[in-house]
Design a protein around this ligand. Structure first.
Ligand code: ATP
Length: 382
């Protein structure tokens, strides 16, 4: 049901929020296209809920504008915006049954014949059978689906979801993630979802904005953010990254050659977010599952052209599908490696000398100076 119309585009221009001398959201430009499932992801206090509340009209921006489609809604109160919000607390009416909870928005607008619309909506969230139950007779996940149906029946252009699954246990959360994704695909409207759970954002959203200290650090598809993090915060907030301190040595075609300890590492220039001038400091990143582990006795069998680092296994843990190895190396302590449990090399035990190796194509480069700069900036602001 996705359309090419842009009436559900959300456009934030220079929007910010300050409380006294504290800046919760720094001036932010962001466009969320009609029909997308967009996630604002970040740790507690990073400003994601404040951003969402400014879109809903529940919080007045200190600067900037909010557009929905072509309409500037910055000055409109929440109830005049074509937007509905689903919160973590479902806030259903306990004395009304599920049907009447969903019908509420229609009845309030004076619509008399609600039956067909409510039934369709209950069908959409797969609660047709539960229409005459009271909220307390439903599970947490079912109640959350009622809350979604109750919001969607008003035909908002945009649905805002503020940690909607936060109160559910892990298993139910997983089910509801898929359920919400299905509902969004079916109704085709813009969903903006706030969460601190990276897995949740990656499972559901087409586009994720990673927020940190009131700023969007990086925006992209889940796969792009995972494979090409541009900051150390993103590299560590989404999954695990090994980050090795290195120094730019030279260029070779489209690659940068770096010195790390006594060895060399190769990084495609296109995957480097740091200035790549000779002598520049770069954090060389690689995800744990991209690394292969070879016992030092077999080092001669490693194909040429791979990045390699030598080390000693400090710890191992068997986690079913894979084994996790912690390897201490002269270039970096505690490198993490995940190896699939297929034909496990029984020599790979704590104390064993090993070579870690991976493809340069799976390597990314981050600006080692960036965190120092950001730290100084925060200090100056405080
Ligand atoms: P959480 O996941 O914990 O809700 P969040 O990323 O959604 O976090 P916000 O609720 O947007 O964070 O808050 C951002 C910052 O603004 C926090 O440091 C918070 O303490 C501060 N803040 C929020 N509302 C107010 C307020 N009314 N007055 C002062 N500071 C506030």
């Amino acid at each position: 049901m996705k359309t090419t119309d842009s009436s559900g585009d959300v456009r934030l221009s220079g929007i910010s929020k300050t409380y006294g001398s504290f800046t919760a959201v720094h001036p932010l430009d962001l466009t969320v296209p009609q029909g997308s499932f967009f996630a604002l992801l970040g740790a507690s206090g990073c400003g994601k809920t404040t951003t969402l509340r400014m879109i809903a009209g529940l919080e007045e921006p200190s600067s900037g504008t909010v557009h929905l489609g072509d309409q500037d809604v910055t000055a409109l109160p929440p109830y005049k915006r074509p937007v509905n919000t689903v919160f973590q607390s479902y806030a259903l009416f306990p004395h009304l049954d599920i049907f009447e909870n969903v019908a509420f928005g229609l009845r309030r607008r004076g619509i008399k014949s609600v039956k067909k619309q409510v039934e369709d909506m209950l069908e959409l969230v797969q609660l047709g059978e539960q229409a005459r139950k009271k909220p307390h007779q439903l599970s947490g996940g079912q109640q959350q689906r009622v809350a979604v149906a109750r919001a969607l029946i008003n035909h908002p252009k945009v649905l805002l979801l503020d940690e909607p699954l936060g109160a559910l246990d892990l298993k139910l959360r997983r089910q509801m993630q898929l359920e919400l994704k299905r509902i969004q695909t079916e109704v085709g409207i813009t969903f903006i979802h706030v969460t601190h759970d990276q897995e949740e954002a990656m499972t559901m959203a087409d586009t994720v904005a990673v927020m940190n200290a009131g700023r969007v650090e990086q925006l992209g598809s889940p796969a792009d953010l995972y494979e090409n993090p541009r900051t150390t915060f993103v590299a560590n907030f989404l999954g695990t990254s090994n980050l090795i301190e290195a120094e730019v040595d030279s260029k070779s075609g489209d690659d940068i050659v770096l010195k790390a300890g006594d060895g060399k590492l190769v990084l495609p220039e296109a995957r480097c977010a740091a200035p790549a001038g000779a002598g520049g400091k770069v954090l060389v990143g690689v995800r744990p599952e991209k690394i292969s582990l070879t016992h030092a006795d077999d080092a001669g069998e490693i194909p040429v052209g791979r990045n390699r680092v030598t080390g000693r296994i400090a710890a191992t843990s068997f986690i079913g599908v894979s084994t996790q190895y912690i390897v201490d190396s002269a270039v970096c302590p505690e490198l993490e490696v995940y190896v699939q449990n297929v034909d496990r090399d029984t020599r790979l035990v704590p104390g064993a000398e090993v070579v870690l190796h991976w493809s340069p194509a799976h390597t990314f480069g981050l600006d080692a100076a960036q965190d120092i700069d950001a730290g100084l900036e925060e200090e100056a602001a405080a």
